[in-house]
Design a protein around this ligand. Structure first.
Ligand code: ATP
Length: 334
């Protein structure tokens, strides 16, 4: 079991208040991603759960038991870091086995567990190699193997893929997701990459300035962002925000339209504007259009549109996909 609950968790470093009251219920077996801009407190929140930092106030419950005074090694959690933190002089086998050896497990049992983890992670051919003889992706798999053999209640991942190149990141993203589903172990995963968050998570925690802005499934956050921050953070390219008379007309201080919900329409309709930049990706065309009246709008069209910079076009939002926000930036219910 690995249910993790936070109740009013606060953290200050000296006079600086970093985590400003976090309440969260992470179901056993779920994959939860902490996402948010640099410095918002993702790593701090993860380290509080791991026990690597002490809470200033509040409770952290693991399967119903408050662990704020329990040392990290006794919380039953395994952490995987961005830096891998492998022992360079030990083989892959030695690295994966290390924690089990320290715990004094019998040799046969250690071998069995190490070999099972290596098989799951496609590391069997590399068991006798040293970390320097491995690729970045293989090294990260060794770090994950070391976490798996401890059979933790939860895995805590701190940006584990950010040292890898783009193609390997995508591959490892799929592998980590598949592995977590196969093992059924609760996972908390920190990233600043919203695509990673959207593709890996059962539920996402969006953090901003030490506060949880929203906790929900990727599609909930995309379809029903609670406020302007979440609306602007989730989705790529970013949502367009429009204020002034066009928003007031729809009973809002700000309206939001995602680039994929703007359509190119004929003359005399919608917002007229001039194409400033056109990005042709083949699968999609991204247009940056200066409308004057409602500012620059980003448009995402499926396929190739044959539009060029300097072209005059008009844009209309899908009327069912307009997000409305009040003067405090909170979403107005549809
Ligand atoms: P990033 O994506 O850049 O890693 P993050 O969201 O993980 O950011 P944290 O590392 O949790 O952010 O840091 C949150 C804030 O707390 C930052 O302003 C950071 O400077 C501050 N902070 C973190 N650790 C300490 C510390 N030990 N002492 C003082 N301030 C700290």
């Amino acid at each position: 079991m690995g249910r993790i609950t936070l109740e009013g968790v606060q953290k200050s470093f000296g006079p600086v208040h970093i985590i400003k009251g976090a309440d969260l219920d992470i179901a056993d077996g779920s994959f939860v991603v902490f996402v948010g801009p640099s410095g918002c407190g993702k790593t701090t929140l993860l380290r509080l759960i791991a026990g690597l930092e002490d809470v200033s106030d509040g409770k952290i419950l693991i399967d119903g038991k408050n662990v704020v005074n329990v040392p990290p090694a006794k919380r039953g959690l395994s952490m995987v870091f961005q830096s891998y933190a492998l022992y360079p002089h030990m083989s892959v086998r030695g690295n994966i086995a290390f924690g089990l050896k320290m715990a004094g497990l019998p040799k046969d049992e250690i071998n069995r567990k190490v070999e099972a983890a290596a098989a799951t992670l496609n590391l069997t051919p590399y068991l006798d190699r040293k970390p320097r003889e491995l690729s970045g992706g293989q090294r990260q798999r060794v770090a994950i193997g070391r976490a798996i053999v401890r059979e933790p209640k939860a895995f805590l991942f701190d940006e584990p893929l950010s040292n890898l190149d783009a193609a390997l990141r995508v591959q490892m993203r799929l592998e980590v997701t598949r592995l977590q589903k196969q093992l059924g172990t609760t996972a908390i995963y920190v990233t600043h990459d919203q695509v990673e968050a959207m593709t890996m998570a059962d539920k996402i925690v969006v953090l901003n300035g030490g506060k949880i802005e929203q906790y929900g499934s990727p599609i909930e956050l995309y379809q029903k962002p609670a406020n302007l921050f979440v609306a602007g953070f989730i989705g790529s390219p970013k949502m367009n925000f429009i204020t002034g008379p066009d928003a007031a007309q729809r009973g809002a201080a700000t309206i939001g339209v995602r680039p994929e919900h703007l359509n190119i329409v004929g003359d005399g309709q919608g917002w007229p504007g001039k194409v400033m930049v056109a990005e042709h990706l083949g699968s999609d065309t991204f247009l940056y259009v200066d409308t004057g009246a409602v500012g620059t709008l980003t448009v995402r069209c499926a396929g190739e549109k044959g539009v060029q910079p300097g072209d005059q076009i008009a844009l209309q939002p899908d009327p069912n996909r307009i997000y409305r926000f009040d003067g405090s930036g909170n979403a107005i219910a549809a």
